[in-house]
Design a protein around this ligand. Structure first.
Ligand SMILES: O=C(O)CCC(=O)C(=O)O
Ligand SMILES: [Mn+2]
Length: 206
């Protein structure tokens, strides 16, 4: 299937065994770094996903805006290290000379979605955004760099890795729907149907 320029998809990059291992790591990480429910800037409307982070910087959103910060907004603790298995995915696929600084962990319960948005809170826009899907399949939509353009639908399944880079780095994208009950994995933590890890380089490497 032809993908828009700058969009790469490695289907089944993590096999079932690797997915299970990663899920084990994430369950332990989330026990100490619990998911929080972000709210929209200004309106304060809650997101339908809950989130946590790993890495020196974590992405958060609340009434004061979107930003990266070094600590969990509720526990006040620094984020834990990004799991090695996740860093290996970046090393193999990102083609970027520096490691990611943020691993955003999105947890989708049945019925959760993510509206169309751009990932643009990073200074290092020359680095790709890499995303790893685990659990139930999701209907992902990707458009161009304006909100009004046509969108392509992609089914993201457990073990898939997607990259947005170059001309697609600022493409609008979102998750229309999670197909509850399609996960090949045993129970995900915190009642999630799907977990997505989004790896980003935030600051320009020196
Ligand atoms: O869950 C996904 O597949 C996408 C997540 C995403 O776009 C984000 O966290 O910025
Ligand atoms: Mn995004």
């Amino acid at each position: 299937m032809d993908l828009p320029e700058g969009v790469s998809l490695w289907r089944g990059w993590l096999d079932l065994e690797a997915q299970r291992r990663l899920l084990g790591e994430l369950s332990a990480l989330l026990a100490d770094t619990p998911p929080f429910r972000p709210t929209m800037p200004r309106s304060g409307r809650p997101f339908s996903v809950t989130m946590s982070n790993a890495g020196p910087l974590g992405w958060v959103s609340d009434r004061s805006g979107y930003r990266y910060q070094a600590h969990h907004p509720e526990t006040g603790r620094p984020w834990p290290a990004i799991p090695r298995q996740v860093l290996e995915v970046w090393d193999k696929l990102a083609a970027y000379p520096a490691p990611p600084e943020a691993c955003l962990i999105n947890l989708y319960e049945a019925g959760a979605r993510m509206g169309a948005h751009q990932d643009k809170d990073e200074a290092a826009l020359d680095a790709p955004v890499l995303s790893i899907s685990l659990g139930a399949a999701a209907q992902f939509a990707i458009g161009g760099i304006t909100r009004s353009g046509a969108t392509r639908k992609l089914l993201l399944q457990s073990g898939d890795v997607l990259a947005l880079s170059g001309p697609a780095r600022l493409a609008f994208h979102g998750v229309d729907k999670v197909l509850a009950g399609t996960s090949p994995l045993p129970r995900l933590p915190h009642g999630a149907e799907r977990i997505n890890l989004t790896l980003r380089r935030v600051t320009k490497p020196s």
